[in-house]
Design a protein around this ligand. Structure first.
Ligand code: SF4
Length: 348
């Protein structure tokens, strides 16, 4: 163990049950090994809601810590070791622009239900809650999109157009029923009459990691490893998902490796910190390959050193907290809780 790792473990012991360290699967091994709970966005949202610890140190990016702060109980504090770790995709949805687009869509009297991927700032979740919408994750996008269609005339899915389109395809919606919005000119650039004819409107956002995985990478893998089973994350483009053997959330990808037959080869299209960890953990069972090696630079901002510094601040009562403005709390919480309720009812 490094000196930093030893110091972290010592502080964890001292802080005892007042501390819980949560980590997203895309964190480095050096950080993940100190986490009390790990998971994808959905698992973490669910588990954070049940944590008793006074301090929740969230190893991930900003929107995740904000969701944790939203679900935290009175007196609980959420800390983010890398305060500058912002998900690129989440930043593609300024709340004021989301509101302007929804207002314009609603002028015609149709009920457009917003469905926000969890990778959005809390201010956007609040707007979505206000407009009768909900949050979703890649693990429950299908159930949540089905729910959203039942709530109104059509759905605005944001910010990841790939996840929206892949989920729509899984539900049997054809391309003609979908439209990616041009959000320029403060949301005035897209043709309103055409948009109102569509069942699914997509925000033009994407993940900086998964958008870099292309169908050619799958084709090259098939040539080099014809026996490989290929699974990708649904934030990849639809042609990538179509070329792969399966697509699903981070948890789906982990389970695909866990269940890979002895001696098989499996290629995983997602962030490489997770793929590298799976390769090491399942080396005795199967060969795990990355579809393409891409690291999320924001997830990588949380280092073991920053985690140690945050724990020291927690001990000294000087750790900065992630807070949610009062005006956004209620609506954002409603949007998040709608997701948790729908999933609980659907058994997802
Ligand atoms: S992997 Fe993509 S979606 Fe996840 S934090 Fe990084 S940029 Fe955001």
């Amino acid at each position: 163990m490094t000196q930093t790792a030893t110091a972290i473990e010592a502080l964890k012991k001292q802080l005892g049950s007042s501390l819980c360290i949560a980590g997203h699967h895309y964190q480095h091994d050096a950080v993940i090994r100190h986490c009390d709970i790990t998971g994808d966005s959905l698992e973490l949202a669910r588990r954070v809601a049940a944590i008793d610890a006074q301090h929740i140190v969230f190893c991930g990016v900003h929107f995740m810590a904000e969701s944790a702060a939203l679900l935290a109980r009175a007196g609980q504090q959420v800390h983010l070791p890398a305060e500058d770790a912002h998900c690129v995709m989440a930043q593609m949805t300024p709340a004021s622009l989301v509101r302007a687009v929804l207002m314009r869509l609603h002028t015609a009297g149709k009920k457009i239900v917003p469905l926000a991927y969890v990778n959005t700032p809390v201010a956007v979740k609040a707007v979505v809650g206000e407009f009768g919408g909900a949050v979703c994750t890649s693990a429950n996008a299908t159930a949540m999109l089905r729910w959203a269609f039942e709530q109104g005339d059509s759905v605005l899915f944001l910010p990841d157009a790939n996840l929206g389109r892949n989920t729509a395809r899984a539900l049997g919606l054809n391309e003609a029923a979908c439209m990616t919005l041009n959000i320029r000119k403060q949301g005035e650039a897209f043709p309103l009459a055409e948009a109102l004819q569509k069942q699914l409107l997509l925000w033009p956002g994407c993940c900086a990691v998964h958008a870099k995985i292309h169908a050619e990478h799958i084709a090259a893998l098939r040539l080099a490893h014809p026996q490989a089973h290929i699974v990708v994350h649904p934030e990849c483009a639809p042609d990538v998902v179509a070329a792969a053997d399966g697509a699903g959330s981070t948890t789906y990808l982990i389970n695909a490796v866990r269940q890979a037959p002895q001696g098989s080869t499996i290629a995983v299209g997602t962030e490489c910190s997770l793929v590298d960890r799976l390769r090491r953990e399942y080396a005795q069972q199967c060969t795990v390959l990355p579809v393409r090696r891409i690291q999320c630079s924001d997830m990588a901002k949380c280092t073991e050193e920053k985690l140690l510094a945050t724990l020291q601040q927690v001990q000294n009562n000087t750790a900065p907290c992630i807070t949610v403005p009062k005006a956004q709390q209620q609506s954002a919480k409603v949007a998040l809780e709608r997701m948790l309720d729908v999933c609980a009812r659907a058994g997802e």
